[in-house]
Design a protein around this ligand. Structure first.
Ligand code: C2E
Ligand code: MG
Ligand code: MG
Length: 616
């Protein structure tokens, strides 16, 4: 085997062995030029990558002189390498002195000691990736075996190069897609995923170093308004400006992230005391409170910032971020435009409310709600003229939950509509079944939210029909709060209800805004004087004067008056003197179960005396 062929096979097998899966482009070129000067009768070798399909600009050379010739051809834009590159065929210049094609490169190369040049294209189909250039200090041709060996090596190297380039491209695109996975496209800031990654490291570092990490959770106040008023383009512009402004407030090692919409989070590390994060938050709040000048003009905004400092309760980065978010909501509840370190006491109350709300959604289905009934009696004869249905919730672990807690919860979670309907159905059924002497009038309370909910009157009508209840036996009690929200609509609903034939009572009169004009403007039939007034009747003249004039006005308008919360014989006497037609209160009877009410009514009627005894 000729020496060149044996050595060529050595270089090739060397290539195959060392070009592992992640051999870099520069490494391939270096190996090529080193290998080739060992196997072929040349003094130096160089490679230039210039073609499409590969990163141009790579250069390798077996020594300084070869490097010089490569650069020279690039600078002069002339030389055998450029011809081979363009034509895709080898260029052979056995004696530069006799070759006049390279008028600039030729003399300069000769001056530097090169006499013969052999250039082989690094072929990639019809195009060339670059060239392999062999230099010799003596004139003369290479023999056929050497020429073939050189072209074979150039071809093999080209194949490796393409492979390496494909790998590099893949890496690039996976780097890019990882970067886009971890960043918010609008602001270019880290997103939630990246923030959580950094937070995890920060928590670990904090534990080791004894310093603190904190998260600030910032949310613009009324950002939706900006979007709604000026459009999303301006909204986006504002978010970008906010991101920039936030960035300027931070210390170099802090991480600013955009979580979603107008939610930004800042991770501060290496804090020694909480006061530091407090100061950062104050600075940010002040900065975001300054007007923003956008393309459409000035936009004013403020931000609410919640802060959570890592402690042993935050094992997970998500926990810390969540705490900061809760603190942000606390800041919002206080009116916004402020910062707030999480208040765990308040948070426990909020958590409790949330968990009660969750339970309440299932209370109806789980049969945990029940009604008690409190008799309403005629003031003079103490005859039972009706009952008020009062809801209770028997919570599986908390026991009895009062309506004072239950009703607002139900209003907040929207369950009041379903609960209200259930109350009405139960009350109607109790009114018609628990009265041996005939149907018993029953009152049910209706909260403002319930009254204003869509189709309330239709619901009432539906319940009356489905329970076969005489509307004349049903009183709906509403409080003045219904008139505060939207008095026009309240008036419409109340009129619809009146048309159904039910009685309307104004409950707790005297609390709240207590405008006497309500009695005239709204179609109510009954006024229930709040028990606060009844309790104070004997104590001061002013209360007595007020109640007296309410009773007189009610009577003048044709309404009847019920005194609530009558607890003593004196109170009974006083409300009787003032002319209240009916009374309700512990003095006569406490709220009781449906069974107890049944028993009471049966007993009273059997006695021929449906009056309540009083044990004064
Ligand atoms: P309300 O409609 O004014 O009902 C009277 C409340 O006063 C009842 O409290 C009753 O137990 C209490 N009470 C009656 N007599 C006396 C007395 O002599 N002394 C004292 N200290 N209290 C007396 P309860 O059952 O806790 O209900 C409180 C409020 O919750 C009710 O006030 C009503 O506004 C609301 N509520 C009750 N049930 C429902 C319901 O089914 N739906 C709605 N929306 N609200 C309800
Ligand atoms: Mg009531
Ligand atoms: Mg009341």
């Amino acid at each position: 085997m000729p020496r060149e062929v044996r050595l060529l096979s050595d270089v090739l097998s060397d290539f195959a062995r060392t070009m592992g899966t992640d051999f870099p482009i520069q490494g391939i070129l270096d190996q090529l030029v080193q290998g080739i000067v060992e196997v072929l009768p040349v003094t130096a070798a160089g490679v230039r990558l210039t073609g499409p399909g590969i990163d141009p600009g790579y250069v390798a050379a077996s020594d300084r002189s070869a490097l010089h010739f490569e650069k020279l051809q690039s600078e002069l834009d002339e030389g055998p390498s450029l011809v081979a590159q363009e034509t895709g065929t080898a260029v052979v210049v056995p004696d530069l002195r006799a070759q006049h094609d390279f008028s600039t490169f030729g003399p300069l190369a000769l001056d530097a000691g090169v006499v013969a040049v052999f250039t082989f294209p690094l072929r990639n189909g019809d195009a060339q990736l670059g060239t392999l250039d062999l230099y010799r200090d003596a004139p003369g041709l290479l023999d056929l075996a050497a020429m073939t060996a050189a072209q074979t090596l150039a071809d093999v190297a080209a194949a490796y190069l393409l492979n390496a380039q494909a790998r590099a491209d893949l890496q690039d695109s996976s780097d890019r897609s990882r970067a886009s996975l971890l960043h918010d496209p609008l602001t270019g800031l880290p997103n939630r995923i990246l923030l959580l990654e950094r937070l995890e490291h920060a928590l670990l570092r904090g534990r080791r170093s004894g310093t603190m990490a904190a998260v600030l959770f910032a949310n613009l106040d009324e950002f939706t308004l900006v979007n709604d008023t000026h459009g999303h383009r301006v909204g986006d512009e504002l978010l970008v400006a906010v991101a920039e402004r936030l960035g300027r407030q931070l210390r170099p090692a802090d991480t600013l992230a955009r979580l979603s919409g107008d939610e930004f989070a800042i991770l501060c590390e290496d804090l020694v005391q909480t006061a530091e994060v407090d100061a950062i938050a104050a600075r940010i709040c002040a900065a975001l409170g300054e007007p923003f000048v956008l393309s459409m003009g000035q936009v004013d905004t403020t931000a609410s910032i919640g802060i959570a400092v890592a402690d042993e309760s935050h094992h997970l980065p998500e926990d810390l971020l969540h705490s900061a978010e809760l603190a942000m909501h606390q800041a919002k509840r206080k009116g916004g435009a402020r910062h707030q370190i999480i208040d765990m006491g308040e948070q426990r109350l909020v958590d409790e409310r949330v968990s009660l709300q969750r339970d309440l959604r299932q209370a109806c289905a789980r049969d945990e709600l029940l009604l008690e009934y409190q008799p309403i009696v005629g003031t003079v004869d103490r005859r039972i003229i009706g009952v008020e249905a009062l809801v209770r919730w028997l919570h599986p672990s908390r026991g009895l939950v009062s309506p004072a807690t239950l009703v607002p919860l139900a209003e907040q979670s929207g369950t009041i509509t379903a609960i209200g309907r259930w109350v009405l159905e139960q009350a109607c059924q109790a009114g018609s079944t628990s009265a041996p002497a005939g149907a018993l009038p029953v009152s049910a309370n209706v909260s403002a939210y319930q009254l204003m909910s869509p189709n309330f009157a239709a619901t009432v009508e539906d319940v009356l029909l489905s329970t076969d209840t005489d509307p004349g036996l049903v009183t709906l009690e509403v409080t003045e709060s219904v008139f505060l929200q939207d008095s026009q609509r309240a008036l419409v609903v109340l009129r619809d209800l009146k048309r159904l034939g039910v009685t309307l009572a104004l409950d707790d009169f005297g609390t709240g805004y207590s405008s006497l004009s309500y009695l005239k403007r709204f179609p109510v039939d009954v006024v229930k004087i709040d028990r606060g007034f009844v309790a104070d009747l004997g104590k001061d003249h002013a209360t007595r004067a007020i109640v007296s004039s309410v009773v007189d006005l009610a009577h003048a308008l044709g309404l009847t008056v019920v005194a609530e919360g009558v607890e003593t014989v004196q109170q009974h006497e006083e409300v009787e003197e003032l002319g209240c037609e009916a009374c309700q209160g512990y003095y006569f009877a406490r709220p009781m179960s449906a069974e107890a009410l049944d028993a009471l009514m049966t007993h009273r009627v059997a006695d021929g005396n449906p009056r309540l005894p009083v044990d004064a």
